[in-house]
Ligand binder design. Structure first.
Ligand SMILES: [Zn+2]
Length: 419
C-alpha cells in the first residue's frame, strides 16, 4: 500500500475517533519466539521487528499493535458480523493477551531499504522460525522508512500459512496504521484477484479500483480512519463475492462467529505428548480444547523417552495419526505403554514354561513372546491362567503391558493293569 498523493484535509478531524479502544497491550516481556498457543485453529501471529541499529521501542510499539488489532477486529465484525480474524494469544501474568514477539533483526536499517525490503525482512523472520503452516504474520517494522511513501507490504497464498503483512511504521505517519495493517493482512490471506471485475490496471493490479474507501484500494488517504473504510465495496472483488476465484470470507484464518464451538477432550494414558497440525493442542496430560464446529484436525502422539505409543481409543481407533472432523463434542484417548515390562510366569503342579525370547523383569515391550508348557514326567498340561487361556501347549500374549501367566499341570493317574 502506498500513500495517496493527495491529502483529504476534511478527514483530519476524525483522527482521534478510535481512541476509545486504546488500552494498550496487557502482556509483558520481550521474547523473540512464538509463545504457547491458547487459540485453536489457523491464526495470525504478531511481531514487532527492529533493525539491529534502531532503538528498542517495543513497549510503545506493542501497545500500538494491540490497539490496532482491537480496532481492526471491531471494524471487521462491523463489516461482517459472522467473521473476525483469529489472533494468536498467550498467557501472561496480567491474563490472556495478544502474543506479540519482539525480533531484533540481524542487520542495520540500511540493509532493509530499497526494492528488496519486504523479502529481506521476511527471510530474516522465517529464519527465526516464523514459518508455521497455519499462521500468517503481522509485522510492525519500527525502523526508518524503507521507501518514500510506502506504508506497508503484504503477500501470501490463500489458505496457506506463511503469509506476511508488514507495516512500515515510519513510511506513512499520517495514515491510520490499523488500516495499513488490515490492507496488508488481506494480502497475507491471499487476496489476489486478477479475475475480479474491478482490478486496477498495472502496476496497481491485485487491488480494487472501484472505490477509494475500499480498505484494499492501492493508495491510502491520510487522515481517513479505518472506521470509514469498507471491506470490499459492493462485495464483488475479494470478500463475500459470488465469483469463482478465492474468497477471503472463506479464509481459514477467520473465526466463524455464527458457528458454535465444540469441545475436544483428550486423555493421555501413560507418559507422552499429543500435538495437532492446526495450532491448539500440545498436551502432556489430559486436556480439553474448544474448536469451531466442523474443523478438521489431525492429532499426533509422541511417546516420552520411557514409553511407546500404542494406539488411540474413542474418536480414533488404532495406531495411525488421528484425523477428526469436529462436528460435535469429541473424546479421544492416546494410550502409551512402557518400553520394558515384567513377564512373570508361575506354575501349579510339576512342569515348566519355556519362553522365547527369555522371560524377565525387563522384557522388551511389544516384542513377540512365545510360551510353551512342558509337563514333568508323570504330569500333563491342563490349562493356562493369567493373560493366557485355553488348553493348547503354546500361547503368544500381547506384550504391551506387564503380564502374568500361570501354567496348570495335573498328575497323570497310574494306568491300571488289565485283569
Ligand atoms: Zn496492497
Amino acid at each position: 500500500m502506498r500513500k495517496a498523493l493527495f491529502v483529504a484535509t476534511a478527514a483530519l478531524a476524525l483522527w482521534l475517533a478510535p481512541a476509545a479502544l486504546a488500552s494498550g497491550w496487557c502482556g509483558t516481556g520481550e521474547l523473540a519466539t512464538d509463545r504457547l498457543d491458547l487459540v485453536t485453529g489457523a491464526q495470525v501471529h504478531t511481531i514487532v521487528a527492529t533493525p539491529s541499529d534502531s532503538p528498542d521501542l517495543f513497549v510503545a510499539d506493542a501497545n500500538k499493535l494491540a490497539d490496532d488489532v482491537a480496532s481492526m477486529s471491531a471494524w471487521w465484525t462491523g463489516q461482517d458480523p459472522t467473521r473476525v480474524p483469529r489472533y494468536d494469544v498467550a498467557t501472561f501474568p496480567g491474563g490472556t493477551c495478544l502474543d506479540i514477539s519482539y525480533v531484533r533483526l540481524p542487520q542495520p536499517a540500511s540493509a532493509y531499504q530499497g526494492e528488496s525490503s519486504f523479502d529481506a525482512v521476511v527471510a530474516a523472520l522465517e529464519n527465526d522460525g516464523f514459518a508455521d503452516t497455519y499462521k500468517d504474520y503481522v509485522v510492525y517494522y519500527d525502523g526508518p522508512s524503507v521507501e518514500v511513501g510506502l506504508c506497508g507490504q503484504g503477500g501470501g497464498q490463500f489458505n496457506l500459512g506463511g503469509g506476511f503483512a508488514i507495516v512500515w511504521m515510519s513510511g506513512c505517519p499520517d495514515v491510520a496504521e490499523d488500516a495499513i495493517e488490515t490492507h496488508e493482512l488481506l494480502h497475507a490471506f491471499g487476496a489476489s484477484f486478477t479475475q475480479s471485475p474491478n482490478d486496477c490496471p498495472p502496476p496497481n493490479d491485485h487491488h480494487p479500483c472501484d472505490s477509494s474507501l475500499d480498505v484494499l484500494y492501492p493508495f491510502a488517504t491520510p487522515g481517513v480512519p479505518l472506521s470509514q473504510q469498507l471491506l470490499d465495496y459492493n462485495h464483488d472483488d475479494y470478500y463475500a463475492h459470488s465469483g469463482t476465484w478465492p474468497d477471503i470470507q472463506d479464509a481459514i484464518f477467520l473465526q466463524h462467529l455464527n458457528t458454535p464451538e465444540v469441545a475436544l477432550g483428550l486423555t493421555l494414558s501413560g507418559p507422552g505428548l499429543v500435538t495437532s497440525d492446526l495450532p491448539g493442542v500440545a498436551c502432556e496430560a489430559s486436556c480439553t480444547t474448544q474448536w469451531d464446529q466442523g474443523t478438521v484436525v489431525t492429532l499426533f502422539a509422541s511417546p516420552a523417552n520411557t514409553s511407546r505409543f500404542l494406539h488411540w481409543t474413542g474418536g480414533c481407533v488404532g495406531p495411525a495419526d488421528c484425523v477428526l472432523t469436529l462436528s460435535q463434542a469429541t473424546s479421544v484417548s492416546a494410550v502409551f505403554g512402557p518400553m520394558t515390562i515384567p513377564v512373570t510366569v508361575s506354575t501349579s503342579g510339576k512342569g515348566a514354561v519355556a519362553c522365547t525370547p527369555k522371560c524377565s523383569k525387563h522384557f522388551s515391550a511389544g516384542d513377540r513372546l512365545m510360551l510353551r508348557a512342558a509337563p514333568a514326567k508323570g504330569w500333563k498340561f491342563v490349562s493356562w491362567g493369567g493373560v493366557c487361556a485355553g488348553t493348547r501347549l503354546t500361547c503368544s500374549p500381547k506384550t504391551d503391558f506387564a503380564l502374568t501367566v500361570r501354567a496348570n499341570f495335573k498328575k497323570l493317574l497310574p494306568v491300571k493293569k488289565k485283569r
